[in-house]
Ligand binder design. Sequence first.
Ligand code: CUA
Length: 333
Amino acid sequence: MLQDFPLFPDQATRHAGQVDALYFYLCGVTAFFTVLIFLLLIVFAIRYRRRPGDVVTPALHANYTLEIIWSVIPLVISMTMFFWGAKVYFAQVAIPRDAMEVFVVGKQWMWKVQHMDGRREINELHVPVGRSVKLTMASEDVIHSFYVPAFRVKQDVLPGRYSTLWFKADRPGTYHLFCAEYCGNKHSGMIGSVYAMLPVPYEQWLSGEAPGETPAEMGRKMFERLGCATCHSGTSGARGPNLEGLFGRPVMLRTGQTAVADEAYLRESILNPMAKVLSGYEPVMPTYRGQINEEGLMQLIAYIRSIGPPEPAQSPAGHPTAPAPAQPGRSKS
Ligand code: CUA
């Protein structure tokens, strides 16, 4: 009977089992003390009720042993909650290096998904079972939240910045995808499905439809169309830094600080170029705010990334890139 009325969503990831175990522990501790307190309340009310003869209660003095006991026990219990919770949380926040990358843009009222091989989906996400998947997400308008109950993952998707989420489905199936942040009058319709597929069906899905252009290819075209190469030509004396081998590296800024040229840094540098100018360059780059939408930004970044240093298991074409200089552009060979 309970199968028709599930109290819990499927556990389709290992993380889901860990979250549930912690949740049941919290519920168990709470229920135990609730029952204990109510039982003692009733027992004491009966046992120490007022009896005929006006018995005077003897004066009670501090009992340090008792005080220490009832301080230490809650401390130990709350610390197990803290450390257990932190362990589950950190395991969910640390993204595995070999994760497959997928871009997601939330907009009123749909989820637009873009795979690295060029496949695009709307309100659907096909992933292989047993493979870590990292989502880089942005919103085109208001705050949305990407929520897959069966994976026990939920992450706000914010306008103006990237947020990330990862999961590794280990049970094939079709799972609900919800928007978990009220985002306007069709918020409830911003739903979809995540398909966790076994290797063979996944390969079939991959070979089913011809993928479109990859995000990196579209980004390269945009790079040309916007004339980025005029300044980012890669030659010595160019007005802008050489972008080859830039991605993921620490860079020196004009202010003397350092930053890592990751997705967030590149996004900011395209929209707000004055914010973090590289050392040795003039703040002359115009903003591209309003000219590129979130999907375009992701494509542009995918292109810059594709000419960056090769990454393990992620680099699409395996670019034979020499180790890039710490300060790109100045020491171009
Ligand atoms: Cu998007 Cu609610």
